[in-house]
Design a protein around this ligand. Structure first.
Ligand code: ADP
Ligand code: MG
Length: 597
């Protein structure tokens, strides 16, 4: 039998390899933009026609290539970026495999013009389907311009698989966006069918996000900034209330390379916690900087995946960074707990295993002060006087502060005023907060319940007259599933016949205004949800809805203080249980500005 194995011609080998790197116009765009970045360009233009099918051109002001290098660049495995196998483990450039240009040239018609900065003349090369056509000296600006025409003209099967112009254009814009986010300091523009789609000046990441995703984003994102020994995490994340219903602007970069990572995505969602639903997509642009030796980017030809040596720690750090940013944008840190002698922080953070549970401290002592108070007119009048004198003092304080134009000398102690039987006004060091009493209380109850379901039960209180509650058979099913959890919260509910439940007791710390409504609403929601893993959350939410104080309920000073402290101890003090705001913050300096407008 004759020998049948032979080496593939370069042409075929290149076309096969091209299949890996060059799958569609956007892939060419990615490679060319990355080459421009690697060449040190700080001004890059991308020009496409027909979604990149007829033309993709990238013009950069990078270092350019010599006459010989320009020719070499199209050889397979030709790269200036690595010399030694060890270099592979400390890659600083975007490219390194030396196959992009060879692959692109195998499946298109390429014209390259390039000039080194110190040279007078540049060089121009034409290649069609890997065939070298011509090279000549030419006039050219410093840097490189490369045009890729008629992509896949010689691989009809591939060309056929290209999608419509609009789909391919979308993919191109996505690649452009990724590079633009990775390198906000680089001036970039995009021309699509002779129309300028983007013109991005050199700018910071905040501005760039606004240029790419709309000016309104400026107000909607918060900064992430965390440095650890293992990794630095920087960037921006969207405030939860602006999370979108459709898949959106979510970007990870590792050492400035865009990557896809379901794992890190999970870390981010974990930090958002119950701020957003699984079906919501918050914006994030997060840049991880890691020692190049601790990652492997050579996992996939498109380099969209990265392997981390220290995956679990990175997960934890990313999650913590996002959480930290979310809480920073919340006002918690500006409040000075230590300055308030009435507040014993330690007590509240006691380890439940070592003594009282967090919930006992948080709810039993404090909440009872504002939930179970005596209502008496004398008592209330006294409070009114108190409030009045207090606010008069405060007014003077504010005025003084304004005069001094400095808030630093102001003591950090807080004072409280109830406004319109709906809001609690709290003065703090640099301004004041307006807290929605109902939403705040809902948040407090919600978090307490979630805590207590993990720890011990709630104290309960016998009802004077047991209540009977009629439910449907289906609701009874759900009730039986959840009975233990509900009763753990201080209820004493039992099945009494097929469709009747009797309530003997309810939680003593949370006053459920209407047990029947509470239970009906809870069981109905469970009926429409087959996700029992969410039952804790549902239970907590319903108790918060039916147990939180209402607007219109008067609060005395003690109660307001207690509520404020408890709110500040919540892990998400800024948000009500419906992800709405619990409070607004006003800074004195902004007020001063407003008065001078
Ligand atoms: P890689 O980027 O992996 O090295 P490429 O095929 O993309 O491989 O490019 C081959 C080489 O051509 C690069 O290593 C670089 O030296 C040179 N090159 C490509 N594009 C440019 C450019 N825009 N400016 C300067 N040099 C370039
Ligand atoms: Mg490259």
């Amino acid at each position: 039998m004759p020998d049948i194995i032979h080496l593939l011609s370069d042409d075929i080998a290149n076309k096969i390899a091209a299949g890996e790197v060059v799958v569609r116009p956007a892939a060419v765009v990615k490679e060319l933009l990355e080459n421009a970045i690697d060449a040190g360009a700080d001004d890059i233009q991308l020009i496409i026609k027909d979604g990149g099918k007829s033309l993709i051109q990238v013009v950069d002001n990078g270092k350019g290539m010599s006459v010989t290098d320009a020719r070499m660049a199209f050889e397979r495995h030709a790269t200036s970026k690595i010399n030694h196998i060890d270099d592979l483990f400390s890659i600083q450039t975007m490219g390194f495999r030396g196959e992009a240009l060879a692959s692109i040239a195998a499946v298109s018609k390429v014209e390259l013009k390039t000039k080194l900065h110190e040279h007078d003349l540049g060089t121009k090369i034409m290649i069609e389907g890997s065939d070298f056509i011509d090279q000549e000296a030419c006039q050219s600006g410093p840097g490189t311009s490369i045009s890729v025409k008629s992509l896949f003209y010689n691989v009809p099967a591939r060309r056929k698989f290209l999608k419509s112009e609009s789909v391919e254009t979308r993919h191109v814009i996505e690649e452009f966006t990724r590079i633009a986010l990775a390198w906000p300091g680089v001036k970039m523009s995009l021309f699509n069918n002779d129309k300028e789609t983007y013109r991005l000046p050199a700018e910071n990441l905040h501005r760039r996000i606004a240029h790419l995703f709309g000016k309104k984003q400026e107000e909607r994102i918060v900064k992430v900034e965390e440095e650890t020994d293992i990794v630095t995490v920087e960037g921006f994340i969207g405030k939860p209330e602006f999370a979108k219903k459709s898949k959106g602007e979510q970007y990870f970069f590792v050492n400035n390379r865009f990557i896809k990572s379901a794992y890190l995505n999970h870390a981010v969602y974990k930090a958002y916690d119950d701020f957003i639903e699984k079906s919501q997509y918050p914006l994030y642009v997060l840049k991880l900087t890691i020692d190049a030796e601790k990652i492997d980017v050579n996992v996939h030809p498109s380099k969209h995946e990265v392997k981390f040596e220290d995956e679990r720690n990175i997960y934890a750090i990313v999650s913590a960074s996002v959480r930290h940013a979310l809480s920073k944008f919340s006002i918690t840190p500006t409040l000075d707990f230590e300055a308030d002698p009435a507040f014993n922080r330690h007590e509240f953070f006691q380890n439940p295993a070592q003594g009282k549970t967090l919930i006992e401290n948080k709810v039993s002592k404090e909440q009872s002060t504002f939930l179970k108070r005596e209502a008496g007119s004398a008592h209330q009048n006294k409070n009114w006087e108190e409030l009045y004198t207090f606010s008069a003092q405060e007014e003077q304080k504010i005025e003084e502060t304004a005069q001094q134009k400095s808030t630093s000398s102001q003591p950090a102690g807080q004072s409280f005023v109830q406004v319109n039987l709906r809001y609690i006004l709290v003065q703090e060091e640099n301004g004041f907060l307006l807290i929605d009493q109902r939403r705040a209380h809902q948040r407090i109850i919600y978090e307490s319940i979630l805590q207590s379901l993990q720890a011990k039960g709630f104290p309960s209180q016998k009802l004077l007259f047991p209540e009977t509650i009629e439910v449907t058979a289906q609701q009874m099913e759900n009730f039986n599933e959840l009975k233990d959890q509900i009763n753990q919260l201080g209820f004493e509910l039992e099945e009494f016949g097929a469709t009747t439940i009797i309530a003997h007791a309810s939680p003593s710390e949370i006053q459920i205004s209407n047990i029947q409504e509470f239970l009906e609403s809870l069981l109905t929601e469970l009926e429409h949800s087959d996700d029992y893993s969410k039952s804790h959350e549902m239970l907590a939410r319903h108790l918060a809805l039916y147990g939180a104080i209402r607007h219109g309920q008067k609060l005395n000073m003690e109660e307001m203080q207690a509520m404020f402290r408890q709110l500040m101890l919540c892990s998400q003090p800024n948000y009500g249980i419906r992800k709405d705001k619990t409070m607004l913050q006003y800074k004195f300096e902004d007020l001063q500005k407003a008065f001078h407008l």
